[in-house]
Design a protein around this ligand. Sequence first.
Ligand SMILES: Cc1ncc(COP(=O)(O)O)c(C=O)c1O
Length: 388
Amino acid sequence: MDISHLLTSHSRNMEASLVRELLYYSQQPDILSLAGGLPDENLMPVYPELKQLVDSRQYGPSEGEEALRECIVSIAAERGIQSSIGNVLVTNGSQQGLDIVSRLILDENSTILTEQPTYLAACQVFKLQGAKVQDVLSDAEGMSVSALRDAIEEYHPKAVYLIPNFQNPAGHCYSLERRREIAALLDEKNILLIEDDPYRDLCYDNVDLTPISTLIKQAPWLYMGSFSKVLWPGLRTGYIVSCDAFSPYLVKVKQAVDLHTNRLGQSMIAQFLKSGQYPDHVIKLQKAYKEKRDAMAEALQNELGDLIKFSLPAGGMFFWVKLPEGVSSQLVLTEALKDNVLVLPGTPFFPCKSPFDDSFLRLSFARVSPEQIQQAIMVIAKVIRQLA
Ligand SMILES: Cc1ncc(COP(=O)(O)O)c(C=O)c1O
């Protein structure tokens, strides 16, 4: 049945997500997948017992459960963000946070600036509102400040979307100096910052993690966090902490979108956070993921060090690998799959067409063991050597 006449022009332009399509392969038992952004379920704590939780059968507040919002105020304060529960909106993961913010600020006349590359599902949300997504030159320390200044002058954007810590996909982490310069520029130009920080607690090295939102003096800002990468992504729980001016608008959109986030999940997360187990849990995650990261770095260096370029990510889940000149990431995907290894080409992470967009792979070390990492990288190395 052809239903295209029923779709809005923006829905009609939606592209299929390569990541979703590859999910089919990643779920096959004989496939070794480095493609997904999924955390390791072996590292997830068991759920708190139902009898420890508050009764959550009735409808609840759109802003989120008070107990969880109090925990989020404390988490934000530890990160240097002073807020009250009035500034906190609980969402169905950060993904819904992005959707709510997009509905509030973006339309066909808006431009939003992003890093290059950036989180592809954020671009999907921005584009669904009809906005133009413009990427801005970025390096190992994040978005270039001079390129951002030029882009602000050229595109008059509504907002700048940044993932300063252990970015998906590039793994970069901003230096403190870069954070300060970006904040000063956004203040000078009075541009909204959307700061997305889901990987922050997956930190393996000694790096600065100051939220850019805390360095901003007068420009508007929105800071997003998530429990997906550190607790249970299946519970779909994240949050937005916003400057005062934004909070009432965000709640109104949340009401219109889904009334409120699932109360049972919120209650489980609040219970876990209040139980005092979280700090030890994070130490356990950091230790396990650091071991996997180091295993991937070693395997990449040993098997492909002479051919590829990559930086060691100080946290998060991803290596961003630059392939040798002329080697197509799409071809690496197809060839490696013949040997039951799944990789993710970097192409969909470039919001704007780029001459380099077929030259990167995003490799996740999160959900595989160090031994599987070695095995998978040997297959990828064989494929790349054949194609180079
Ligand atoms: C940068 C970034 N933002 C947001 C999300 C969405 O996370 P959530 O599960 O909280 O919706 C992801 C998930 O991979 C991500 O990488």
